[in-house]
Write a protein that binds this ligand. Sequence first.
Ligand SMILES: *Cc1c(COP(=O)(O)O)cnc(C)c1O
Length: 857
Amino acid sequence: MQPLQVYSVVPKLPPKLKGLWELAYNCWFAWNTEISELFAQVDQKLWRECEGNPVGFLNRLPQRTLEALAADQFFLDRVGELQRSLSAYLAKKTISIPFPEGENKEPAIAYFSFEYGLSKALPIYSGGLGILAGDHLKSASDLCVPLVAVGFAYQQGYFRQYLSPDGWQQERYPIYDFEQMPMTPATGEDGKRLLVSVDLKGERVQAQIWKVAVGRVSLYLMDTNIAENPPHFKQITTRLYGGNLEMRLWQEILLGIGGIKLLDILGFKPKVIHMNEGHSAFAGLERIRRFMEGSGLTFEAAAELVASSSIFTTHTPVPAGNDRFPPDLMQPYFEDYARKLGLAWKVFLALGREDPRNDAEPFCMTVLALRLSRISNGVSILHGFVSRNMWKRVWPQYPVEDVPIGAVTNGVHAPTWVAPDLAQLFDRYMGSNWREDPDCTRVFDQVEAISDAELWRTHERLRERLIDFVRRKLHDQLLARGAKRKELQMAEEVLDPQALTIGFGRRFATYKRATLLLSDQERLIKILSESPKPVQFIFAGKAHPHDNEGKKYIQQLVQMCGTPECRYSMVFLEDYDMEVASYMYQGCDVWLNNPRRPLEACGTSGMKAMMNGVLNFSTLDGWWAEAWRSDNSLGWAIGQGEEYEDQQYQDFVESQMLYNVLENEIIPTFYDRGHGNLPRGWIKKMKESIRVLGPWFSSHRMVEDYAKVAYGPAIENYNRLVKDDFAAAKDLAQWRMEMMTKWSSLMIRDVRAAQPQQIYVGEPILVSAEISLNGIRPQDVRVEVYSGPVDFEGKFVQRETTIMQPGERTDDGWQRFTGEVMPIEAGRFGYTVRILPHHPLLLDSHSLGLIKWADPQ
Ligand SMILES: *Cc1c(COP(=O)(O)O)cnc(C)c1O
């Protein structure tokens, strides 16, 4: 029996407490812990039950508690204070980083992501990708970057993890009630809920829109779980990364196409879109369709405009991790759509293919995103390099260094992740502007001044708090598994608040090698039990529900944790989420990370640990490859950044290195205690790592980088292209077509250097070549000398490009170009000549995929 109608019954709110709701409905609470502390202090037990969700908490407070609070002047003053801080924060409008003039009034940037990790209270994330998106929004808010974001409200979130008694991962899917969460329905002027709809194979799917306030930034979430939809479509936003390939396609159509419609319905007119991972790449197509329909542009002109104002961030260095849809699956969903774009079906599919001519190739979202964005990037320097190699087939004939995928290294939002106790210490020594000041290098230099004793005491208190949390959580875990009293008692005694504590928390993807530490169990046990220098490990992490290998890793770890030798010094915590993660990042001494290089695109957990003075110990992959210093002054490395063919051998070698560094460096440094029992050498590293790495691996720096290399240029490009009824976009498209047709007739001859064979270091070489432009104007091309040292196979090991200047014409109408290059070291040196298309409005001359190399002579 189902009721006819369902209401949400909320408590009758005393008017004096209105401010509490304001605080609860802005995710600002996620990085202003005084707010969560205020809530917790009202009722610790209920607060814990509500898992950090202030809206659910307030709605469940008994009416008499509310009335008591309304009569408590001290409490009301506190609420008033916090409410004023929030209002002051929201009132600030001036952007704190360089940004195009006058562009910060309306959200000029729309950010798209499948997941967002903002707080435990909003379980619409699974891991790194989502947390990164969350931190991006928080920093955008702090810096007043005009950004609006789009995503999904997943009714069952990701999954909640618990373990069977034999250590096998089980998944639980609680159903979340959005009415009880920090989000509100977006409504129209008539007060009715706004809906956005997309077409799936001729059927209409509708989604309700929820708004989440993230400081000054608004995040809009689509939710298909509404009465208007048939059951199969309700599933679209049920689970994050659930369902089969077709479900994934539905989700991506809704995110990309629905997302653009949503922005329009809400009245936003963003100039630029930023796609966080390829899931939202259909947004580019929908923008093109709209420019064609609304402004009468050709596909080419619209595509030029859209690509010039789109930014794509790729995150996945494993080919299998990139979404690919077979053409047969695509066809019923996109055949009509292709027609609207004026594209033959094959041409449409080519947009998502590395090789446009290969009919067997599936449609890849990453390729689509790369083709529809002029600014693309990986998420660390190493990952940029890996991505250029991975996607070089999209730009055939290009040397891999020229593949137009750059790198913006991820960062984390310090105010979210730094423990409140430590934040207070930062406030005292650096001033409170470490939270919002983007120029934080200067601010972070003050870390040096923090008293060793004070920093260490704070850190020890955080370790103690972590251990307290572990014991409580372990107790609950065991209770839920039906453990005996003796076991429960044991949970209260696990770990030692004084011992060197090493944390390992992450997704249990196999490349992260969670069990590397178990390679030599005897040696591990010896390390654990070496008195008087005990070491202990805390593990946590989820495996994807279909990843049995990952689940086996968990089981192996859990079994090890249960052995008599490890029982008190190794624990596995269930259900790794933002809360478990926070305790670990804040209370461990060492953060261990041992992915198989180069499969960790960036990794951010180590940055969050670093912000808390936790020292990193990691393979040189992702961010650590650019952060680690060879003198170990900021933390330790496993290996030197080698890559191996033989994985088993690699695991063996790297596990040995892991034990060696632990035994010879980490443990001795930690236990080298001086006056007052302070490990001075260790504290020095803590400070040095916060001081040097803190400002750089902050999401403020990351957002500032995006503003500089992506948002700013893309906005300016957009403005130039739309001016005078899209004159420049039309021009550029015209020019591009012309280049495409004429390019193959370009010819290069007579490439030569003015010097004899023997040349000297530091002496310029004058290179010349004759070019037949065949109707292309000299200003439409850039002729370059491509030069550098050459290895014994005759390949360039490095290269430099020098623009050549047009000179006189030959009798038969060829144009001579000349340019100078300079070998700066002795050895084999080579050069060649190439031509690229050139247009002042083209953000990137490689994006057309046109290039002409001098033929080998
Ligand atoms: C930061 C974070 C991650 C990502 O960590 P990696 O280092 O990228 O593995 C995953 N889950 C949670 C809860 C996090 O806070």
